[in-house]
Design a protein. Structure first.
Length: 242
């Protein structure tokens, strides 16, 4: 995986590292014979596992200068192929979309990892992936679709806010990856309102053509390792994802 930094590490980390190495012999092709839910769970859990490793081995991506290493250089061997966080998120889960509009797709057509790319984006991935910034969803293992739905509802209930009769605040991640949720703010609002505890009232406002949308700041400061499993706070964070 990578060389440990000076962040400090508990001895059990090395056991965790050895267990993660078992992914090298996983037959990823076998996922293709199962319902799509299995692939979604596998790749989201793989992403969060690699992100946890990167959090410990390379420190969190608080500064822009550290994000390239965190998201692209540290890699996990899965089924004989190497995957970075960006490879899993953009190449697999986001159906081989570019990180930002105008960039090339994550995988070239000749890349054998294309075999595992999803055919379409499930927007719920943005409520599941944790890369150790305070504005991320909490880090939680995902065992079935009920876990996916519960995490999506918890995140949206905390971060999709009705500010007034004509104004809605959305998570900054939805601005960054707007095309994963819909082509307009209204479509994005409809997409996430079904996960919010205030869904009925939100839908009324979303359907109003005069509704104004704003995006809460994104907080890149590192989440505490002791707080990883906690559900998201309702307090708005700091400034936009990379």
């Amino acid at each position: 995986m990578g060389r440990l930094s000076s962040c400090g590490v508990h001895p059990s980390f090395f056991e965790f590292e050895l267990l993660a190495c078992e992914l090298q012999v996983v037959d990823v092709n076998e996922l293709q014979s199962h319902p799509h839910e299995y692939s979604l769970l596998f790749w989201c859990n793989a992403y969060n596992l690699l992100a946890l490793y990167a959090r410990i081995a390379a420190c969190p991506p608080e500064a822009p200068s550290s994000r390239e290493r965190y998201f692209t250089l540290l890699k996990l061997s899965i089924g004989g192929y190497l995957f970075s966080l960006d490879d899993i998120m953009h190449g697999i889960l986001r159906a081989n979309r570019s990180r930002t509009p105008g960039e090339e797709s994550r995988f070239l057509p000749t890349d054998r990892r294309m075999l595992y790319s999803f055919s379409e984006v499930d927007p719920r991935i943005h409520f599941l992936l944790h890369y150790h910034a305070r504005s991320c969803p909490p880090l939680r293992p995902l065992f079935d679709d009920a876990d996916v739905e519960a995490c999506s509802e918890a995140f949206c209930s905390a971060h999709v806010k009705l500010l007034s009769q004509t104004k809605i605040s959305l998570p900054r991640i939805m601005q960054r990856y707007a095309r994963d949720f819909g082509s307009t703010p209204a479509e994005m609002g409809r997409c996430v309102s079904r996960f919010s505890s205030n869904r009925d009232r939100l839908m009324e406002v979303v359907l109003d053509d005069d509704t104004v949308y704003e995006y809460e700041p994104f907080d890149w400061s590192a989440s505490s390792l002791k707080e990883l499993g906690k559900m998201p706070s309702t307090t708005p964070p700091g400034e936009g994802p990379q």
